[in-house]
Design a protein. Structure first.
Length: 315
């Protein structure tokens, strides 16, 4: 990156780039809400920061919503489009065209002068000669290629073992209109799960060390989640406080398949704590829409008078 030539509000290939503070988004919708949403994506602090992401919450699972009549308030309509090769898709503006390629799919406008594409990292050549200061604050931004009055930007992502590159191509004259739309599309990427590949289980690594209280709480939650996966009623109810053992039978429904993937606590567990909330994230196979959703539940654990930890509630 050190050898790249920055593009600021000076001339590049003879074409001035407007100051971001005065750039207007035109051509799609003049709603202040929509314009401010796009500008918020595009014009960020350009200081490189490993914590700043165009996808701050990661890549969500696709949950079956094919069409939005509008984005936020008074925005243009979008429809979910699946990329032909990879298990991902985007909410694409209905005014854009789709182009089917041998190695994937592109979406664009203006007679294919402005294009949005997704590739595996090894399938697209990187040839950078510039850094766009409007994009350089994003940790996923790799660099840009300037040539003949047009620009190509590259963003890289890693998701579920997939190394991906999103490529944006546009002309200088279309940049102010097209780039915010493309950045919005990046922010809508969704992973399309294959329900036939879904495997229930507990994918959380439980530490073995720590204090006596910590070991007891971890062992309790591990036993509860494993019992839920196995649909072992006796083992599951043993992890609950006696007064709560008749309230959670629905979680043992054989049709419910879950993969437990993440465990966090509201605060570090202290030795004198008697009650603690644990947040458990899981993947849930929805058989009706044949997609995988992510859900989070709060497990409240409590230490009894006998010194034994049990689950007091699940919400």
């Amino acid at each position: 990156m050190a050898n790249h030539l920055p593009i600021a509000s000076s001339e590049a290939d003879g074409a001035p780039v407007q100051d971001p503070g005065t750039t207007e988004i035109v051509g799609f919708d003049d709603s202040p809400v929509f314009k401010s949403k796009l500008e918020a994506l595009m014009f960020k602090d350009t200081t490189k920061d490993s914590s700043r992401s165009i996808l701050p919450n990661g890549i969500y699972y696709y949950e079956g919503s094919e069409h939005f009549d509008q984005i936020e308030i008074d925005g243009p309509s979008v429809t979910f489009k699946r990329e032909r090769i990879h298990p991902y898709g985007f909410y694409v503006f209905d005014s854009m065209e789709e182009f089917v390629l041998e190695d994937g799919t592109e979406w664009g406008m203006n007679k294919q002068k402005d294009l949005f594409s997704l590739f595996s990292a090894g399938d697209v050549p990187y040839d950078f000669n510039a850094v766009d200061e409007l994009l350089s604050g994003y940790k996923e931004y790799m660099g840009s290629k300037r040539a003949g009055g047009s620009q190509t930007d590259f963003f890289t992502f890693n998701d579920k073992g997939n190394d991906l590159v999103i490529r944006l191509k546009y002309t200088d004259e279309d940049k102010n209109k097209v780039l915010p739309l493309f950045l919005y599309m990046i922010s809508t990427i969704r992973y399309i799960s294959d329900p036939d590949d879904f495997q229930s289980g507990v994918a959380i690594e439980f530490p073995g060390g720590g204090t006596e209280n910590e070991r007891a709480v971890y062992n309790l939650l591990k036993a509860a989640l494993e019992a839920l996966v196995d649909k072992n009623e006796e083992a599951f109810k043993e992890t609950l406080e006696p007064s709560m053992r008749e309230y959670f039978d629905y979680m043992l429904d054989p049709s419910q398949q879950r993969r437990y993937i993440k465990l966090e606590f509201e605060k570090p567990l202290e030795e004198d704590d008697q009650v603690l909330n644990a947040y458990v994230e899981s993947e849930f196979l929805d058989p009706t829409k044949r997609v995988t959703r992510i859900t989070q539940a709060t497990y409240t654990v409590r230490k009894g008078k006998d010194g034994v930890w049990k689950i007091a509630n699940i919400d």
